[in-house]
Design a binder for this molecule. Sequence first.
Ligand code: AMP
Length: 115
Amino acid sequence: MTDDCVFCKIAEKQIPAKVVYEDDLFLAFEDLDPKAPLHLLFIPKKHISTLNDISERDIDLAGRMLKAVSSVAVSKGIGETGYRVVINCNRDGGQEVFHLHFHLLGGRAFGWPPG
Ligand code: AMP
């Protein structure tokens, strides 16, 4: 737990979130300001600031989180139609919350390249 990290506080249940998946290592919840009909965030329970901060010992955690993303997407009925997974990293990546998170976006079509 890192003081003043909003996602640590969600993981610790100190502030509310609409949690759709949780296990011992990570959880998924609805984004407060959704950018698509389905917009979920997957976060590790332990504080990792950015994608740059994933260490060798986090590789299993990151793989399990990615597997959970696809499992939740399939369970939400968008496995076949498709979806987008986004990780924003640091300023130019548009990262606003400095606790690693995977965005799962679905329920509409997305353009490429992103704007
Ligand atoms: P990023 O720009 O990748 O750091 O994205 C941060 C995301 O967190 C944004 O989509 C916000 O809408 C979302 N967000 C911020 N605070 C909360 C919160 N308390 N509960 C749910 N989502 C949040």
